[in-house]
Design a protein around this ligand. Structure first.
Ligand code: NDP
Length: 339
């Protein structure tokens, strides 16, 4: 079976591509420019040689029909491409590609995919689930109306996080809406995954921490940078999963028939940056330490995500502990000269 993965060079997508190949799938990955595929092409050259992995350049996913060629003959699609950053001025810098990209994939799938296509997985975010006042425990029944309201009200002056979360919420809503409107004619179903923060090693040629992707840059700064105070570290709180568990979740979402029509929060456990500082310091890697440590006595978690549905319906175990993920991240950061 062949799977189309959009934004194949991204932090999460690269692991999705690798895991699909390891599980016997063929993969077509889209990238915005040929050069963006070179790292993966080289890493997975055996699969390229065997004709199991190919790349397609889709320069601009907001163009109508951008994915028309990419969807031809595939059995499934994992749509991950979306802007992931916190420096947009106009919220539409994020919202337009997120929404038009997502709807564009579905439109192309309807027109050009053919009868083999059985499932589309849209990678949304816990940012589409969490809602104002952003405290308490959230599950898949919740929608982030708060960030949409903030962006509608404040436009460019909305917070960077609200702009990103609004882009993910609006894109996910647009995909469910598309499925509802076209229900009669669809030969495939939709599954949405909503990861919380995703951390772990990267499959890329990152030369600076900023090249790692937004969530890994946040971890790098949250844990290793001296620019943040202890309070700032303690107050930054959410939940997380390892990137390899998130990739596995996409595979399970593909292979679990009952997952059709469902959204799945992906969250191993809560964290604040002091927890990661503790783990770094507990690991005692020679020459590596985090500037603060809380010895497990950080503040109470005020924000939780309930991932029961992914754990039961997808049988997802979230195998990577904070210590394992941290060890792999430290090894990578040392190898890249970031620490
Ligand atoms: P990355 O930034 O590493 O990857 C994003 C991918 O999307 C890249 O391939 C990127 O291409 C592509 N992309 C970005 N903007 C556009 C655009 N305007 N048009 C076409 N392609 C674009 O992000 P992650 O791997 O972290 O995220 C992948 C997905 O997972 C996203 O949908 C994100 O919202 C979601 N997610 C991520 C979480 C995390 O903690 N990392 C948590 C929850 C959800 P290029 O390299 O050319 O820029």
């Amino acid at each position: 079976a062949k799977v189309l993965v959009t934004g194949a060079n991204g932090f999460i997508a690269a692991w999705v591509v690798r895991m699909l190949l390891e599980n016997g799938f063929s993969v077509c990955g889209t990238v915005r420019a040929e050069s963006k595929s070179s790292y993966l092409r080289n890493l997975l050259k055996d699969d390229v040689m065997k004709g199991k992995l190919e790349f397609l350049v889709v320069p601009n996913m907001i163009d109508p029909g951008a994915f028309d060629d990419a969807v031809k003959g595939v059995d499934a699609i994992v749509h991950t491409a979306s802007p992931v950053h916190l420096h947009a001025d106009d919220p539409d810098e994020l919202i337009e590609p997120a929404v038009k990209g997502a709807v564009g994939v579905l439109e192309s799938a309807c027109k050009h995919a053919g009868p083999l296509l059985k499932r589309i997985i849209f990678m949304s975010s816990s940012g589409a689930v969490i809602n104002a006042p952003y405290t308490g425990t959230f599950d898949e029944r919740s929608w982030n109306e708060g960030s949409i309201a903030e962006v509608t009200e404040k436009g460019k002056d909305a917070s960077p996080m609200a702009k990103y979360r609004a882009s993910k919420t609006l894109a996910e809503k647009a995909t469910w809406d598309f499925v509802k409107r076209n229900k009669q004619n669809l030969t495939w179903d939709l599954v949405v995954t909503n990861p919380t923060y995703v951390f772990g090693p990267t499959l890329s040629d990152a030369r600076t921490p900023s090249d790692l992707g937004t969530s890994m840059l946040m971890l790098y700064e949250g844990v290793f940078s001296y620019a943040k105070t202890m309070e700032e570290r303690a107050n930054y709180q959410s939940e997380w999963s390892d990137v390899r568990d998130v990739a596995e979740a996409q595979l399970r979402a593909l292979q679990t028939p009952e997952a059709g029509g469902q959204r799945f929060l992906l969250a191993r456990e809560p964290f604040n940056w002091l927890d990661w500082c503790d783990t770094v310091n507990d690991l005692k890697v020679p020459g590596i330490s985090a500037p603060f440590t809380a010895h497990g006595k950080g503040p109470k978690y005020r924000l939780r995500f309930d991932s029961k549905k992914a754990r039961t319906l997808l049988s997802l175990e979230f195998r990577y502990s904070r210590a394992e993920t941290t060890k792999d991240i430290i090894d990578e950061f040392i190898a890249r000269g970031f620490l």
